[in-house]
Design a protein around this ligand. Sequence first.
Ligand code: ADP
Length: 475
Amino acid sequence: MKKTLYLKFMLAYFIFGVFCFIAVTVFVPNMTRERLIKEKAEALYSEATLISNTYASGLYTSETDLETVKTQLDALAVYLNSTIRIINPSGRLVLETQKPLNVEEVVIIDNFDPTAMGGSYYMVNTFFDTYSSNVLTVLAPITSNYMVKGYVAIHCDLGTIEASCNGLLRISYITLAIIMMLSVIILIFFTEIVYVPLRKITFATEQYAQGNMHYEFQVDSDDEIGYLAACLNYMAKQIAGTEDDQKKFVANVSHDFRSPLTSIRGFLEAMLDGTIPPEKHEHYLNIVLNETERLTKLTNGLLTLNNLNTKGMMLNRTDFNINDVIRATAASFEATCRSKTIAISLVLTGEEMYVNADLEKIQQVLYNLIDNAIKFSHHDSVIRVETSLKKNKLFISVKDTGIGIPKEDQKFIWDRFYKSDSSRGKDKKGTGLGLSIVKEIINCHNEHINVVSTEGVGSEFIFSLPLSKKSSEED
Ligand code: ADP
């Protein structure tokens, strides 16, 4: 493809050149010659009619003698660079300039026929074989008393017309040469502006097709080709990024699956080979059970994330009372809260507050946030779940007074598998998927979630939800 485009353009250029050459060497000379002959004929014809109305008619009315007319016409013929003849209708030559006047000698032009001109006022031929080569002839009748007494013929050698024609053609050839040179400039421009960038783009796409997504190239132009190159670069970067993310994701998944599996395997082998005595089996089996729970949680989390990604925006939106959902979710943590002597305080706006969202997914968001708040809270503390209204939106905050999140970790907590170092010791069951699921769900709703946290003081997660039409009208 690379070579042929250039070849095609070269071929087009060549064909263009050939056509220009044919036009200039064939059509233009013919048209120019015809034009010049016509112009010359027009000029001579007006001279001929002038002669027929003045000197020549005087000749037939015997106002002027032949000698005087001949002298005048001789001078005019020199001026016109032509030969002037006066011919009788019968074809007898009355006088011819540049030839001495001889009344005795009778010269007859054989086959003289003024109608041979057809409708035209000029002709290009040997004029009834009186010339050896073609001449331009105009013929004007001399009339007196409505009778044709004779004809004034002016003959002009075609050589002078050819000379001026060649002069004009030379200009056409020079113009053609200039046009061809200018089109070479267009060819160079095409190469620089279209062909070279196109080659770069083609080479880049070949690289991408071979999987080299990190290949970078530059096309410095702000036109469509530059834009195409920029888009292609951007696309490659995105794909490369996704590939890297996928690799990281698989590495994380493998790592997170491998550690519980290793410990399960270790404990079971130790039990089987007797390293762990039977009386301690129950203790270790509980640890194994915890690890399997963690694996189940991890698998469920991955499945949820996968569903969110593949289903994208497919939310099952309904209008529901968020206050009921918050109360029910908080209640599901009763046992955990009791064991840690943690209280959940609910500060809810209104008795009922209808939002428009996917109930199940919002329940999951609340569950994950409250679960984290409990996990990272100290014993005997209070977790506050609060709702507030602002501009047709309901803001829900889950606030704890736990360990908090270090500032440098805050931007990573939404990443899959991210667990801060400080939390690892306290939360062995954590998968690092909870907050990425939360973020994904809120994004699917086209809403936002933020965190405000201070290490050692506590964290607050706030997200927004759209009010249902019913609630916004009441508002
Ligand atoms: P995990 O399953 O480990 O809780 P998450 O995605 O829910 O995964 O959380 C990611 C990390 O964010 C946690 O490991 C923890 O370091 C931090 N984090 C989340 N919520 C809180 C919180 N309420 N207080 C302190 N740290 C938190």
